[in-house]
Design a binder for this molecule. Structure first.
Ligand SMILES: NC(=O)c1ccc[n+]([C@@H]2O[C@H](COP(=O)([O-])OP(=O)(O)OC[C@H]3O[C@@H](n4cnc5c(N)ncnc54)[C@H](O)[C@@H]3O)[C@@H](O)[C@H]2O)c1
Length: 337
């Protein structure tokens, strides 16, 4: 095989980007099929990208014999069942995070992956494929900053996207699962250890709508990891300035900061507002190359018959941690893992 034929499900905000990447930017890949329940969107995208097969039913796409792999970018509550179905049809699977919307679902996904050991399964923790995060990670692995002491990571969505976040809140699993999963994944990846305790706080500072889901519009947690590393995570939905993802790792011999100011690019604007730099607007812009890099890795794993570094167990562990953070937030207690 020199080309991986991929069928992708879900053509929403991120699904469209993955489809375009597979069709135009990922080497040795072909976007052979698309699936979405929204037929108009399906046809428009399939026409634009020149896709051979189109489906409104996922199970039918999973059974298509001309596909080697499936990319899952559907709503989170569908992931587990679609992972199981695609694997059982002999396909390699790339799934967006989260692995499932409950820990039980994640365990179900683990069983499915274990049942098909010759097929590649990869989860979309794309920040591990961002050039700056990869560069910083290598420095930590090299021991350049000594022993890690503190890991701090923020994920903030712009206030202008709040209506979508509220509409999605009922089935997102909450801010810790929906937003902080990437920060939790990074903390484990950078530190190479696991959390021991967590305390979480936050609230509905601007949008009471999240309270009905026992959630806040801005939440945070403080965790102690295995080697007593301090981990502080913050997830917020009301950033006035744009999309802000920043991370800091403080070590005994050095400090690394990644995007501590979320510049859009290197341009300085001098106008009636003074002198300023503009901000990243959304995850698609900030992590544009990460989405291409992770899909490229998925395709190379299939062609080279190797397994991705991100495993199904990472997906479960991150979900378990996110839910424990949520429980800590709801109870106000210091919880042990
Ligand atoms: N890794 C990241 O940075 C990142 C960023 C955003 C979203 N996500 C994840 O990606 C997934 C999709 O998010 P989104 O924001 O693109 O969602 P979205 O709501 O914008 O799009 C979902 C799409 O799935 C389609 N759909 C719904 N039910 C379907 C079904 N039964 N069969 C086929 N298609 C169906 C919808 O019509 C829609 O086009 C979510 O799980 C989310 O958590 C990850």
């Amino acid at each position: 095989m020199d080309k991986v034929r991929i069928g992708s499900v879900g053509l929403g905000r991120l699904g469209l980007q993955h489809a375009e990447n597979i069709a135009n930017r990922v080497m040795n890949a072909e976007l052979t099929a698309l699936c979405d329940v929204d037929e108009a969107k399906l046809n428009e995208t399939a026409d634009k990208l020149g896709v051979k097969y189109r489906f409104t039913d996922f199970d039918e796409m999973a059974g298509c014999e001309e596909l080697d792999a499936i990319c899952i970018v559907s709503p989170s509550f569908l992931h587990t069942a679609q992972i199981e179905k695609a694997l059982s049809c002999g396909k390699h699977v790339f799934s967006e995070k989260p692995l499932g919307t409950t820990v039980d679902e994640c365990k179900q996904a683990e069983k499915a992956v274990e049942a098909y050991p010759d097929q590649v399964f990869m989860l979309g923790f794309m920040r591990r494929f961002d050039e700056s995060y990869m560069y910083a990670h290598q420095k930590v692995v090299n021991g350049d900053i000594g022993k890690p002491v503190m890991f701090r990571s923020y994920s903030q969505d712009p206030e202008k996207f709040i209506d979508g976040a509220i509409a999605f809140a009922g089935h997102s699993g909450g801010q810790f699962l929906d937003m902080a999963v990437h920060d939790i994944d990074l903390a484990r990846w950078f530190l190479g250890t696991e959390p021991k305790t967590v305390y979480a706080i936050g609230g509905c500072y601007a949008h009471e709508e999240f309270a009905q889901y026992n959630d806040g519009d801005n939440v945070s947690c403080l965790m102690k990891f295995d080697n007593d590393e301090m981990v502080f995570l913050f997830a917020g939905r009301t950033a006035p300035h744009g999309y802000n993802v920043e991370t800091e790792i403080i070590g005994t011999k050095g400090i690394l900061r990644i995007a501590s100011v979320p510049y859009k690019n290197l341009v300085e604007v001098l106008d009636t507002n003074g002198v300023r730099r503009e901000c990243s607007e959304n995850f698609l812009e900030r992590f544009e190359s990460s989405y291409i890099n992770e899909m490229q890795e998925f395709v190379y794993c299939i062609l080279e018959e190797r397994k991705p570094e991100v495993t199904v167990y990472d997906g479960t562990r991150v979900s378990e941690i996110a839910y424990t953070c949520k429980e800590a937030f709801e109870t106000g207690e210091l919880l042990r893992f």
